[in-house]
Design a protein. Structure first.
Length: 578
């Protein structure tokens, strides 16, 4: 790391106005020094325009005030004279309680460098130092950024913004996996939180994933930063850490040994983000070789980096022994059901979904299920179809082997779609690689029922609910009543003229409190449903023909087939264990 480093002093200026004060010191500035704040944070594909929270930018060299010229929404230029250090000061408003930006109140602080640290153009490859100032009494700091002196030091700007910070009074625990220290930090947990159990379960997940990648550990320590909140869910992957947000009720509790669905979801999130340490942070789309912080970075490959990660996050919970096979099949069935309940799967391919994520997946609206498909959920199903195809081939292999081949061949670096297809062809033959390409670039449904049957898993359908028969998605609660959120394409609800935002007040003369099968007992058999709807202050009456259950997309049920042939049972054992 040659040359004096770029330095950021990050001060807790005022917790009540949620304000960080930042002083950036640039030794030997350029004559026309340009700085900018990123428009997005890697891993979350939406232009978030972090500069909108920045204010009061000033600059000086020694005691001399300099003029700061704004070039665009997130870029500034300062004309410097001589080589004296350029000092820039500004404030950042931090009240985004997600994993993607910055937050500060009297209880805790959190930030990503993309929200707080201006990028010094032309100096990105130099060392970047960071120090914290005026931390409230008793606050601690957690980050994976290497400590140096009184602060922290990153080798370059990419690294600086890839280590989030958690500040405050939090629970902290440590464990070892793969010979490397891991720590978990939990902010906002209830007093009944069972930290010992979370540590033990996370350790098993990490060891299983390290085994999966054949002990190729790409970091020298790892930190989980978990923010437990009333409502919220999500995670963001980083090179040696992850920032997570989850409902505090989902955390394990002392004296409650059962594993709730919420806890399984949290363990799946932990598994997902840790898997990303290999898949997307190192093995990554060729387009992400050098990140552009000012614009969208397009790739067609998120079905692989997010979808395949989503497949393995749950499969590896099973291999870790944290869930059993029937619970795993339930998770798989829920994902298959959600894909089949999305008409947009027939309109948008996975490659298109990846490319368009900046304006579609990350900007959902009432038409999203009709116009597109999630590269997470359908990508995970493609991974399943590919894994089963590899396992069922004449010369059996697995998706595990393909992932590790790719890791080795790319030396944990950028890959293109052709590299992925070549790795599949090598293990499963050219025809399978061609098949994968069609799954990813086409919109046809995947041959999962047949592939699962050959692996000793039975695919059936449940009876569809009333909302599913109508092609409606609704939100229901006592305050807002039954409110339509989505009307699915080519559905009975669409033919009836129902719209997103409609409140369903009644049906066939009866007050409607829930949209469930109980409603059908109020309606004469074979008759149309007549909904009383509130829309924009008007009351409307809309009639819907209810299709028969067999004509509707119904949820999937998966179970272990009792009388599977020996070959199918062997395959199932290799895939699901047991
Ligand atoms: Zn992910």
């Amino acid at each position: 790391m040659p040359g004096p480093s770029i330095n950021y002093r990050i001060e807790i200026a005022d917790v009540h106005s949620h304000s960080f004060a930042v002083t950036l010191t640039i030794p030997n500035p350029a004559a026309e020094q340009i700085v900018s704040l990123p428009a997005w944070i890697p891993g979350s594909y939406l232009l978030r325009e972090f500069a909108r929270q920045l204010s009061g930018l000033t600059a000086r060299q020694g005691s001399r005030e300099l003029t700061v010229e704004q070039l665009d929404k997130a870029t500034w230029r300062v004309a410097c004279s001589g080589r004296a250090a350029l000092c820039m000061s500004y404030r950042v408003h931090a009240f985004d309680n997600s994993v993607r930006a910055a937050f500060l109140d009297a209880q805790r602080g959190f930030f990503n460098g993309t929200s707080l640290c201006l990028r010094v153009h032309g100096r990105e490859q130099q060392a970047h130092a960071l120090e914290l100032a005026r931390l409230p009494l008793g606050w601690e700091v957690a980050t994976a950024m290497p400590a140096a002196g009184k602060g922290y030091l990153a080798a370059d700007y990419d690294e600086l913004v890839d280590h989030p910070f958690e500040l405050g009074n939090f629970w902290r625990g440590r464990f070892e996996a793969g010979g490397v220290e891991h720590q978990i930090v939990v902010a906002g947990a209830l007093p009944s939180f069972d930290g010992t159990r979370l540590l033990a379960d996370t350790q098993v997940i990490c060891k299983t994933l390290i085994d999966f990648w054949h002990d190729a550990l790409p970091f020298s320590s790892y930190t989980f930063l978990l923010n437990a909140v009333d409502e919220g869910y999500g995670g963001l992957e980083h090179r040696a850490s992850t920032a997570l947000i989850a409902p505090r009720r989902d955390l394990p509790r002392l004296g409650q040994p059962e594993t709730s669905d919420g806890y399984v979801r949290l363990l799946g999130l932990i598994s997902h983000e840790y898997f990303h340490s290999w898949n997307v942070k190192r093995l990554r789309p060729a387009e992400f070789s050098a990140l552009d912080y000012t614009h969208e970075n397009y790739t067609e490959l998120l079905w692989f980096f997010e979808g395949f990660t989503s497949y393995f996050d749950e499969l590896l919970l099973l291999r870790s022994g944290l869930i059993d096979r029937s619970r795993y099949l339930k998770l798989l069935a829920a994902n298959a059901s959600s894909v089949l309940a999305t008409p947009g799967r027939l309109r948008q391919s996975l490659a298109q979904s990846s490319f368009d994520t900046w304006v579609k997946y990350y900007r959902p609206d009432e038409n999203s299920p009709n116009s597109g498909i999630s590269y997470y959920s359908k990508g995970a199903l493609v991974a399943l179809a590919l894994d089963l195809s590899l396992r069922e081939a004449a010369k059996p292999s697995s998706l595990d082997a393909v992932m590790c081949d790719l890791w080795r061949r790319s030396a944990g670096g950028p890959v293109a779609e052709a590299d992925i297809l070549a790795a599949v062809a090598e293990r499963g033959g050219a025809a399978l690689a061609e098949q994968l390409s069609q799954w990813v670039h086409g919109t046809q449904d995947l041959p999962l029922p047949a592939l699962l049957e050959q692996a000793g898993v039975q695919w059936r359908h449940e009876r569809p609910s009333l909302a599913q028969r109508l092609g409606l998605r609704v939100s229901e609660n006592a305050l807002t009543g039954v409110r339509v959120t989505h009307v699915l394409a080519d559905s009975a609800a669409q033919a009836a003229g129902l719209c997103a935002g409609d409140e369903l007040l009644g049906c066939n003369g009866w007050r409607l409190r829930r949209l469930d099968d109980a409603l059908l007992s109020l309606v004469p058999p074979q008759s149309a449903l007549s909904f009383l709807v509130s829309r924009d202050q008007r009351l409307l009456s809309l009639a819907a023909e209810l299709p028969a259950p067999r004509d509707c997309q119904a949820p999937v049920l998966l179970s272990l087939a009792d009388k599977a042939p020996a070959r199918a049972q062997g395959l199932r054992r290799a895939w699901l264990g047991g």
